[in-house]
Structures are given as structure tokens and as C-alpha cells.
Design a protein around this ligand. Structure first.
Ligand code: PGA
Length: 247
């Protein structure tokens, strides 16, 4: 399957920075079209600007979260139909920063993923264990439990994306070993196939957590690693494109 390299810009940059980053990604991808599909997820206020700038350029744009309701009295929240309306095609859900800082549990992520599907957005659902859970030998159990609780029934039919991001590898420069990544991606694949049958084989499983140009090739070559969700390195267009070029 065609790999997907997704950039999670988190809460970084100004309007000017985000416009410049989008333009640099556009130019780089036009000059050397990567084998991978590209997705960038800017902060909400800049999403429309980036979506317009990338329209027709073969680079998808996504939100970093959405509310479970399509509209309503939810001060400060953004709905899935709003994301769709301004040009998003994807939405990251259940990122560990949302799970940790906003108390989002599997049920909340499931409700958001249902909302994304209803709005016609592809959900990119994040799962991943904490360092304590890994040290206790529970990584696989935690991740498959999160999948069971967070993925809606329509996930496979809509071509949903799973991102495995060990919490302790995000923004730390540390990554699991290649064998550890391969093992957990294999377990995720098995759980997707058990739940969704053959459709589960065609779903992308991204690895995320300190992906950079220097480790991308080795990670992306592992079985059942179908792309990457990139945080810090996605803020530098050359690094993001180098990761996409490592596929
Ligand atoms: P990182 O973040 O690449 O900076 O580790 C990944 C993520 O949080 O999606």
C-alpha cells in the first residue's frame, strides 16, 4: 500500500510560519514527488489558509482533534463538519497529548471518530503505551485495548488510519527498537484483521514518536509500518520531505 507521511504541527508557528511551511512542503513535493502520500495537520486557526494553499497539490490537510457533536454549545471546540468545510480530509484523534491533557478516554475518542466518519473525514486514531506500561510488559495489551475501545465499526470501510505512538517516544528523541516496533505493529495488524476481516489488512498503521530523517528509512522498512506520524521534524519542510523520501 502507498505509505502515508503525516505531519502534526501541534500548537506551533504563526500564520506566517505556517503559510511558509506549507509553501515549502508544496514546492519540495512538486520538485521531487515522494512515493508517500502526504498529510499536514496545522493548528486550527491556520487550517483553512493551508488547505487553500495546498488545494489540488496532492497534499492532504487534517485537523488535530474534533468534538464528538456536529454543532452546539461547546465553547472553544471545533466540529468535524467545520474541519471538512474548510478543506480538511483527515483528523488526528486520541493523540496521547489529548488523552493526557484533556482526559480523553477510549469512549471519548470513539465518539469523535464516529463524528469524523459522519462528516466524511478519515480518522487518524492514535494509540500507545506509557513507559511504565512498556516496562511492565503491557504495551501490546494496552494498545490492543485502546484499539478495541477507540475504533468505530465503520473505521475500516472508511479507510481509517491507526497511528502507534509510544507516549515515551514522543518529542523525546527516544524510539523503541526496530524489533519492538515490528512486534507491536504486527499485533495491531492482527487485531485489525480480527475485527474487520480482510479490510483490516489494507488499513495503514503509522509509527509515530521521534521519527526523523536519520531513523525514518529503517523504521519505514519494517513490516506493517505503513507510514509515519511526525511531530517535531514536520516543522522543518526539508526534514518532513526527507522522511517522505525514505519510503
Ligand atoms: P514527535 O511527535 O515526532 O515530535 O516525537 C510525534 C507526535 O506526537 O505525533
Amino acid at each position: 500500500m502507498r505509505p502515508l507521511i503525516a505531519g502534526n504541527w501541534k500548537m506551533h508557528g504563526t500564520l506566517r510560519d505556517c503559510a511558509a511551511l506549507a509553501e515549502a512542503v508544496r514546492q519540495g513535493a512538486a520538485a521531487t514527488p515522494p512515493a508517500a502520500e502526504l498529510l499536514v495537520c496545522p493548528p486550527f486557526p491556520y487550517l483553512q489558509l493551508v488547505a487553500v494553499a495546498l488545494l489540488g497539490q496532492g497534499i492532504a490537510v487534517g485537523g488535530q482533534d474534533c468534538h464528538a457533536a456536529p454543532k452546539g454549545a461547546h465553547t472553544g471546540d471545533v466540529s468535524a463538519p467545520m474541519l471538512k468545510d474548510v478543506g480538511a480530509t483527515h483528523v488526528i484523534l486520541g493523540h496521547s497529548e489529548r488523552r493526557a491533557n484533556h482526559g480523553e478516554d477510549d469512549a471519548a475518542v470513539l465518539a469523535k471518530a464516529e463524528a469524523a466518519l459522519a462528516a466524511g473525514l478519515v480518522p487518524v486514531v492514535c494509540v500507545g503505551e506509557s513507559e511504565a506500561e512498556r516496562l511492565a510488559g503491557d504495551a501490546e495489551k494496552v494498545v490492543t485495548g485502546q484499539l478495541a475501545g477507540s475504533l468505530p465499526d465503520g473505521f475500516a470501510a472508511a479507510g481509517g488510519v491507526v497511528a502507534y505512538e509510544p507516549v515515551w517516544a514522543i518529542g523525546t528523541g527516544r524510539t523503541p527498537t526496530e524489533a519492538e516496533i515490528a512486534a507491536i505493529h504486527g499485533a495491531i495488524r492482527a487485531s485489525l484483521v480480527a475485527r474487520f476481516g480482510e479490510q483490516g489488512r489494507a488499513l495503514r498503521i503509522l509509527y509515530g514518536g521521534s521519527v526523523k530523517p536519520s531513523n525514518a528509512k529503517a523504521i519505514l522498512a519494517l513490516p506493517d509500518v505503513d507510514g509515519a506520524l511526525v511531530g517535531g521534524a514536520s516543522l522543518v519542510a526539508a526534514d518532513f520531505l526527507a522522511i517522505a523520501g525514505a519510503c
